[in-house]
Design a protein around this ligand. Structure first.
Ligand code: DC
Length: 218
């Protein structure tokens, strides 16, 4: 008997816990996790490395045509190179946000994401999954938390990793990214009309994972 494919779309602002939660849901349900933010980060990293300006132009078009992004075993590969850590710096976060406003970048990545979501059951997280990439996903969630709580979580995470972190700076960066992601012209961050909103400000990761798995399994 073939099992019916299903797709879970999880959107929401930076730092709401989307990737941690999506990873845990994927593991519990035995499906693939696709981190679309990592794909924008990989393109941002490549643009920085090659010195390609953050605007449309022939250099960008050419680069996109010869770029490959893959996921395997929970790792992200850019042209065959594992870039898990290299895409997590503040510089690359900014580049990812900037390049995600460009139509040619979104066009290439959305096409890839749709292909990934059409052949197997997946949970995919990002900003426009429910509104644009997988509009017919069987399950859609919009995960939020207050900006202060999101900044607190990120700040704690950096301190635990032994990295220098200033809470006010982290909050400022989160507010700036919220603004950029919600106000860009192309597919801005928005809750899909048929998505269920989960405010995780006062919920643990486990609570949210249980909640989503409960919805999917019922
Ligand atoms: O989720 P993240 O922080 O890793 O995403 C990095 C950037 O990519 C973020 O600024 C918004 C952008 N992004 C997007 O525009 N669309 C998506 N589906 C996923 C991420």
């Amino acid at each position: 008997m073939t099992q019916k494919l299903f797709r879970i779309a999880v959107d929401g602002p930076s730092g709401a816990g989307k990737s941690t939660i999506a990873k845990a849901v994927a593991k519990r349900l035995g499906i693939d996790y696709i981190d679309t933010g990592a794909m924008y980060r990989a393109i941002g990293l490549k643009m920085l490395r090659l010195g390609i300006p953050m605007e449309e132009g022939p250099a960008l078009t050419e680069m996109l045509a010869e770029t490959e992004i893959d996921f395997a075993g929970g790792n992200v590969f850019l042209d065959g190179e594992m870039v898990n850590d290299r895409i997590r710096t503040p510089e690359v976060s900014r580049a990812a946000s900037d390049c995600s406003a460009l139509g040619s970048v979104r066009g290439k990545l959305v096409e890839l994401q749709r292909k990934m979501g059409n052949t197997k059951s997946v949970i995919m997280d990002g900003r426009d999954i429910g509104t644009n990439v997988l509009t017919d996903a069987e399950y859609k969630f919009f995960l939020t938390a207050s900006a202060e709580e999101r900044a607190q979580r990120r700040h704690r995470e950096m301190v635990e990793k032994g990295q220098k972190s200033d809470f006010n700076e982290v909050l400022e960066q989160i507010l700036q990214r919220d603004y950029n992601d919600s106000n860009r012209a192309l597919n801005p961050l928005r809750k899909a009309d048929d998505a269920e909103e989960i405010d995780s400000t006062h919920m643990s990761i486990q609570d949210v994972v249980d909640y989503i798995c409960g919805k999917v399994c019922n």
